[in-house]
Write a protein that binds this ligand. Sequence first.
Ligand code: ADP
Length: 258
Amino acid sequence: MITLGIDIGSTTSKCALLRDGSDILATSLRVGGLGTEGPDEAMQELRESSGIDLSAVDRTIITGYGRNKYEGGDGEVSELTCHALGGRLVFPELRTVIDIGGQDAKVICLSESGRMTNFVMNDKCAAGTGRFLDVMANILRMDVNDFDEVASGSVSPAAISSTCTVFAESEVISQLANGVDRADLVAGICGSVASRVSALARRAGVKPQVCMSGGVAKNGAVRRALEKSLDTEIAFDPRAQYFGAIGAALYAYRQLQQ
Ligand code: ADP
């Protein structure tokens, strides 16, 4: 049985194809969420990379920020459920998911059996999300992909005291003008996101095993700063940004089984 999950986020669109609720056959990602070509382009990429005729798909479930407005699936389900399901497929002992996407951050707590017991979310403020990192990357004329490597050269991470993205932006510009080392600035920026999200995680309650999902999971500097702040190991899988789409495909499979 082949199922498809489509995660239409605020920043990117992701797809995942699953065989029999367990084998992740293919994934695809395109920048651009709802209202852009992103979802259709991600589907096209999936067709090409998997070589699978998508008419063979038994069920399609949509999740993410844009799930209610995208036509073309057999149903939709919340991203909280999907990140939990996708994370748990990859890490069967998972109890806490820290999802940092383009516009929000969520911490999802799971019972031993994988049932969601609690969640805390920040979707009101850009600080502590990928948006904060994207704004800072723009000021520094850098790519967020390079943040991890650059931050690893930091000796003394810069303190970013503003909790508001707009004020933090001015703070970074003035630190840059004062000659603060770039590596220290990037490490400080990543540390600032980690400190916002760790406060959220503490509110939710953190139990091991912990993993990250969402695009910011790929930022090793944020991940390490979170590990330090929460004093716990955070599992990483290169498919972390697809956990929502993988979870949606798994949800579709479970519906077919019922
Ligand atoms: P959404 O689901 O809200 O669209 P994603 O989970 O796809 O968001 O995450 C998007 C964010 O991931 C971007 O804002 C960006 O900061 C971050 N990101 C994406 N790729 C990378 C990467 N290679 N390294 C660091 N950060 C990344």
